[in-house]
Design a protein around this ligand. Structure first.
Ligand SMILES: [Zn+2]
Length: 381
């Protein structure tokens, strides 16, 4: 067994890392901003009116639609359109045909929405937004002779049914992308990690809801990228919660386990609680007997799958389970347990890199842990 490894922080220019659990729902976070052109009249106006009123009736309760008018930052409710749509058109008659105010309003609220623009004739400021990479989630609907984007983007028919079919097209591919994250906990039935991205398994039919726990530089926002059967890409926002991989409770180890474990953690041989013989420090399984895989020496956490956390106290040793495939050891180091990608990852030049030359240990001292005092260890069982 290897010695308890020490970690040395060297790089002081590292960004602060935040451990956050992100939840997503492909249904309820399906936000759509419907942007109307109030300058239309006659048949075009009638077609837009029909489209909006039809949408209001047909959208699923899980989808969140907001209504906007070109040139204005005011947000209207699709549900109220049946009563107020004509009045809203009149309020917005004299607006300039600009998409900027709506995009600015959505961006300032951190809202990632599918955008559908219904109208006719060119929008004046589309070119200003070309570098923002938003047009992959914009649908232009019109079908009149004068295009909203002057022919730059395809324009589709103003039909609520057809638009909703596009929106609800099955997801073929889903992956979580972001600058420099490393996943700490994920559902292995749903996601696969390849060392860089977390991608949904092809066999996953139901990706409707879920959560992943990621470690990423603060102020970065990972996103969920979707490719739908209709070849449309969608980007969904992930929402952070405060959930972590550890429970709040520590459990105290029985005295005989604590005595053996303290010796072990302090680098000494200890008397095995299973076979009674001396075992070297940092050993957590007993290989005496017939089982090649060995048996857990410490009965208290024998049922745990991967990592446990230990705390030396004045009375002995406390422990708690850790849920997840990745455990944060320090500001810039993560201990991963996932088959071939297992090992210590170090954050360098904006990426998490597996240290292949590091000798892997089964115990690390935790230099900091939730701001609590005491001596903390992480153990891989
Ligand atoms: Zn033993």
């Amino acid at each position: 067994m290897k010695e308890n490894c020490e970690l040395n922080e060297v790089d002081l220019d590292l960004p602060m890392m935040e451990e956050r659990t992100f939840v997503f729902s492909l249904e309820s976070e399906n936000k759509v901003a419907v942007v109307l052109d109030a300058s239309t009249s006659g048949a075009s106006r009638t077609a837009i009116r029909t489209f909006v009123l039809d949408l209001a009736v047909k959208v699923s309760p899980n989808q969140y639609f907001s209504l906007w008018f070109l040139g204005s930052q005011e947000r209207y409710s699709l549900q109220d359109a049946a009563l107020h749509l004509d009045q809203w058109f009149n309020q917005n008659l004299d607006r300039l045909k600009l998409i900027g105010p709506i995009l600015e309003s959505l961006t300032s609220r951190g809202e990632v929405a599918t955008i559908v623009i219904a109208g006719e004739g060119p929008i004046f400021d589309l070119a200003d937004w070309e570098s923002e990479n938003i047009f992959q989630r914009v649908h232009f609907l019109g079908g009149s002779s004068t295009s909203l984007s002057e022919g730059k983007f395809p324009e589709k028919e103003l039909s609520a049914d057809k638009f909703l079919r596009t929106l609800n097209s099955p997801v073929l591919q889903a992956k979580i992308v972001g600058s420099s994250f490393i996943p700490l906990g994920w559902d292995e039935n749903v996601w696969e990690w390849d060392g860089l991205t977390l991608a949904a398994k092809r066999t996953t039919s139901n990706l409707a809801n879920g959560s992943v726990r990621l470690l990423c530089p603060e102020n970065t926002q990972p996103q969920l990228h979707l490719l739908q059967r209709n070849q449309k890409n969608q980007t969904l926002e992930l929402f952070a919660t405060s959930e972590t991989g550890t429970s709040a409770d520590w459990y105290s180890l029985p005295a005989n386990e604590a005595t053996a474990l303290l010796k072990s953690l302090n680098g000494q041989e200890f008397d095995c609680l299973k076979c009674g013989q001396k075992h070297p420090a940092m050993q957590f399984r007993c290989y005496e007997g017939t089982s090649i895989l060995g048996k857990p020496i410490f009965a208290s956490f024998a049922g745990e799958q991967c990592f446990v956390l230990l705390r030396e106290t004045s009375n002995g040793v406390d422990w708690k389970p850790y849920r997840g495939q990745g455990l944060r050891l320090s500001e810039s180091r993560v201990w991963m347990n996932c088959d071939l990608l297992s090992g210590i990852y170090i954050f360098q030049d904006g990426h998490w890199i597996l240290q292949r030359d590091n000798v892997e240990c089964n115990v690390y001292k935790l230099e900091f842990f939730g701001g609590e005092d005491g001596r903390f260890y992480a153990v891989k069982l």
